[in-house]
Design a protein around this ligand. Sequence first.
Ligand SMILES: Nc1ncnc2c1ncn2[C@@H]1O[C@H](COP(=O)(O)OP(=O)(O)O)[C@@H](O)[C@H]1O
Ligand SMILES: [Mg+2]
Length: 259
Amino acid sequence: MSEAILRTENLTKRFGGLIATDNLSLNLPSGRLQAIIGPNGAGKTTLFNLISGLLKADSGRVFFHGRDITGLRPHEISRLGIKRTMQIKSVFNQLSVMENLWITRQATRRFLHPFRPASRDRETRERVDYTLEQVGMTGLAHRIAGTLSYGDVAMLEIGMALISDPRLLLLDEPICGMSPAETERAVAKIRELARKIDIIIIEHDMEVVFGIADDITVLAQGAILMTGSPEEVANNERVREAYLGRPEDEDYIEEAENA
Ligand SMILES: Nc1ncnc2c1ncn2[C@@H]1O[C@H](COP(=O)(O)OP(=O)(O)O)[C@@H](O)[C@H]1O
Ligand SMILES: [Mg+2]
């Protein structure tokens, strides 16, 4: 059993009368691609917001590699190595792909080594090139981000998270809005990345999840419905029920069954 990269203990978050995160205790081991799935409004993004410090929990704790990070501010949590992408994509539209990566790296480096400008440029260039390769965008280095396809913007955002040295990468629906070809490419890249760093992916598309995850945690109404392998989750009656009444999701379940 490998070390828990992330653990939550009785995490609870309310918005008025709504319980978005309901006494949630998670224990995610390192070295496995973890997916968190669940119907819309299940509390997936809220969980990421609690982990990354964007929201304060009403009660409960969050541990990262055994360290209690509850109540730390977002920049402190980011500095410990938890990086995330947002469900709503955010890159600098007027800048090129390379420049987006460059300034993200400079911001990280400036923080780490404020007085080492001379060696910085070469290091940054190498790192930008490496990251372009990691996300499969070398050929798009000089494209203005605002002109990229949706899938490429999503990959650039992942690159910007990668270039700031994550130990844990939180991806919030990175595939959402991608074409089938983009999806296939992104899934392959994410799997490749997961061999080197820990990744937790929130994904609504069941088909994608079954193809990408080692372990799946299913959330419904802020609580864990089940945790298991893709096969276990696909065959679980309660998971099916949680997705029922939502026609677009029934299709996914049927496809997963027939796969
Ligand atoms: N800032 C907020 N204020 C009020 N309600 C919120 C806020 N963020 C999320 N919620 C509510 O909490 C529930 C869980 O939302 P969310 O975590 O975004 O779900 P998911 O990402 O699984 O679709 C939803 O009912 C949503 O409307
Ligand atoms: Mg969400």
